[in-house]
Write a protein of this length. Structure first.
Length: 393
């Protein structure tokens, strides 16, 4: 059967839309630094389908229970990201004026406050670490901390990182123009190659940048150097212009939502797009093309059971019947003629002396056909089978 002859324009549209959906899900997992979970789900799903095809019912039942628990765990773990996703969907469905207002939010005052504060800290050799929240949630990666929810300002940052302040050694979390928390503990990086001769603030900033899309700003207490950490890398900033440019780039990418969903489908990530498109084609092939119910016939030899010990069967006419089965196309890849059995029950022969060699007839029913899996019996023909039997003397 030619696979391409079965594909319609609707099927092509279906495959493209599923590929776009899968790519969107992939980007979402990538932004939350959880691509490995996406890959694990895909691999587990493929294994589950193979188990179903092979008819491993016990393993299939166990995996079903595992997936049920796993989906609940995913919802619990990513509840904030899921909420943000639906907020984004709602935002893009609202009026263009509201969407434009959100995109054109002015972050310039924030950049000025951060620039003035950090170059003040650098000049005075005051250690500081500030986290600018991106799209990813940070609650899974941040420990302790004191809630503040105050408006960002240079005096506020200077008071927090004053050496006499209880929270000066911790990190400050900023979202928009709000200081959410201070005195926070961040996860420590294990990348020792990048962190030679660096202090704990640098290790913590790199650690958070490895597991989120946040931008971490650090001032070294010993050298006064300003370093910016993002995506598991860091850069030493020497002047105000470079510092401002990095902040502008960050807010352009995350804060003001200038990156639209359509921009995600550019020429970037060709490898990932190819993979998700291939996965969409496979899903169409397996769940649509291979789920079409087809019919297949098998010529099956006849066997008999429960034979009375006082008789013997000398001949079966005919010696085989044709069994027509229906099932999804994929079910027939793993069934052969030898897997199907027709077992006639030769019983209730009351008077062996009255039996002629040609007059014992049995009607073949669906219950006489043993199948290896979930198939529907459409027809069995011929329906009647004549047995030549003789009494044992």
């Amino acid at each position: 059967m030619n696979l391409f002859s079965d594909i319609t324009y609707i099927d092509i549209l279906d495959i493209v839309m599923v590929a776009c959906l899968l790519y969107g899900i992939f980007l979402w997992f990538k932004k939350t630094k959880s691509v490995f979970i996406f890959v694990g789900i895909v691999i587990s799903g493929l294994i589950y389908q193979v188990v179903n095809i092979l008819g491993l019912r016990l393993l299939s039942t166990i995996m079903q229970g595992f997936f049920a628990v796993f989906l609940i765990a995913i919802v619990v773990i990513f509840q904030e990201e899921i909420r943000r996703l639906f907020e984004r969907i709602a935002l893009f469905s609202l009026s263009p004026k509201l969407n434009k207002l959100k995109r054109t939010e002015d972050y310039q005052p924030i950049i000025e406050v951060l620039t003035d504060s950090f170059f003040f800290f650098s000049e005075k050799h005051i250690g500081a670490i500030v986290v600018l929240k991106g799209n990813d949630t940070l609650y899974r990666n941040i420990r302790r901390g004191i809630a503040l929810d105050g408006r960002l300002s240079a005096p506020l940052l200077k008071s927090i990182f004053d050496a006499h302040s209880d929270g000066h050694d911790g990190a400050v979390i900023i979202e928009g123009n709000k200081v959410l928390k201070f005195a926070c503990h961040l996860p420590l990086s294990k990348d020792v190659d990048q962190l030679k001769n660096k202090g704990t603030r640098h290790v913590a900033a790199l650690g958070l940048s490895e597991v989120s899309d946040a931008l971490c700003l650090v001032v070294s207490e010993t050298s006064g150097d300003i370093l910016i950490f993002q995506n598991g890398k860091f850069e030493n900033v020497k002047n105000r212009e470079d510092f401002k440019k990095l902040l502008v780039d960050f807010y352009d990418s995350f804060g003001n939502m200038r990156v639209s969903p359509q921009a995600k489908f550019s020429i970037s990530n060709l490898k990932q797009k190819t993979i998700v498109f291939a996965l969409a084609v496979f899903l169409w092939w397996f769940f649509v093309h291979e789920s079409v119910v087809v019919y297949k016939s098998f010529d099956v030899p006849i066997n008999y059971i429960n034979l009375d010990r006082n008789i013997t069967v000398t001949e079966i006419v005919p010696d085989q019947v044709r069994v027509v089965l229906s099932a999804p196309r994929r079910r027939f890849y793993f069934v052969e003629q030898r897997d199907i059995k027709v077992l006639l029950k030769v019983i209730d022969v009351e008077d062996l002396n009255k039996i002629s060699p040609d007059d014992y007839e049995i009607i073949v029913t669906a219950s006489d056909v043993n199948l290896p899996g979930y198939y529907s019996i459409v027809n069995v023909f011929p329906r009647s089978v004549r047995l030549r039997i003789e009494a044992v003397k």
